[in-house]
Write a new protein. Structure first.
Length: 299
């Protein structure tokens, strides 16, 4: 049979601590779990990772395995040393009945069984692993539509679950579109429910990264002479001073009034000069007077 280098399978050094080993295992288990992984060999790698951690994640079994020495190479022909006895009693654990090689369904490889006698249930709770014989129900993903205000302030929102019931959850402040909120065991299958965030279009604001943009219409005289105007933010109203000679499209940044997060966003006010209509004779006459008084050409 082939020797299995469990350290190589997990991609760790032989001197790694049990704490760091556990972190590495969890990362790989998530990466290769058949329910979520898109890797072609995910199921096979998932089995190998679980088997490796069943041995190295237990201090006694790890010590027994290390007695074989570090000179063996992965895939090398291997037979247990004469008189080998792991010293473990596995009778207390239930047998999956699916042993006999990495391709043999739910069990461990021949290499594992030759060292430790088999009969140990893969993904046992003592190691925090996955139980292949009783695989966790599949997760479900649903779209959760939220308002910009919900994300800005982190409001509570009542969500209707696939099974027809409802639950109140708190929207994390500043959560990005496409991110997911996990509700353990709330899927209709009994698995985890993932709420994928979809931020709905706002009638006034638009979100670009962590910045919140607002288009602000201003009159020609406000742009020419300057003005103090009241604007809306997601945190309430505030005064904004428009400088004299402001051009249409000018961006005015209000620091810290954007989306909360590790890097606080800003509110960006985009000035849009709006020309009033000339519907009456007096209004038309006013525009005509302007054209004669201003020594200015727009082109």
């Amino acid at each position: 049979m082939e020797y299995k280098d469990y350290y190589k399978i997990l991609g760790v050094d032989r001197e790694i601590s049990q704490t760091d080993l556990k972190k590495t295992y969890r990362k790989l288990a998530r990466k290769y779990h058949p329910d979520v992984s898109k890797e072609n060999d995910a199921e096979e790698r998932f089995k190998e990772v679980n088997e490796a951690y069943e041995v190295l994640g237990d201090k006694e079994k790890r010590a027994q395995y290390d007695e074989l020495g570090a000179n063996w190479q992965n895939g090398q022909n291997f037979n247990p040393p004469p008189g080998w006895d792991s010293g473990f009693d596995f009778g207390q654990f239930s047998n999956t009945g699916q042993r006999g090689g990495a391709s043999g369904g739910e069990g461990f490889s021949d290499f594992f069984e030759s060292l430790f006698g088999g009969g140990f249930q893969q993904g046992s709770p003592q190691h925090g692993g996955f139980n292949q014989a009783q695989r966790k129900p599949p997760a479900e993903t649903v779209i959760l539509k939220v308002d910009l205000e919900d994300v800005y302030s982190g409001k509570n929102k009542r969500v209707r679950l696939p099974n027809g019931s409802s639950i109140e959850i708190k929207i994390p402040k500043g959560i990005e579109e496409g991110k997911k909120i996990r509700l353990a065991g709330k899927a209709s299958s009994g698995g985890d429910l993932h709420l994928k965030i979809k931020i709905q279009k706002h009638p006034k604001f638009r979100l670009e990264g962590n910045d919140i943009y607002l288009d602000l219409p201003i009159a020609p005289w406000e742009a020419a002479l300057g003005a103090s105007v009241t604007i809306d933010t997601l945190d309430g109203k505030l005064k904004l001073k428009i400088p004299a000679g402001a051009a249409s499209g000018k961006k005015m940044r209000i620091k810290g009034k954007g989306m909360p997060g590790k890097i606080m966003g800003n509110q960006v006010v985009v000035l849009q000069i709006v020309t009033p209509p000339a519907n009456t004779d007096n209004e038309k006459e006013f525009y005509d007077t302007m054209s004669k008084k201003f020594d200015w050409k727009p082109r």
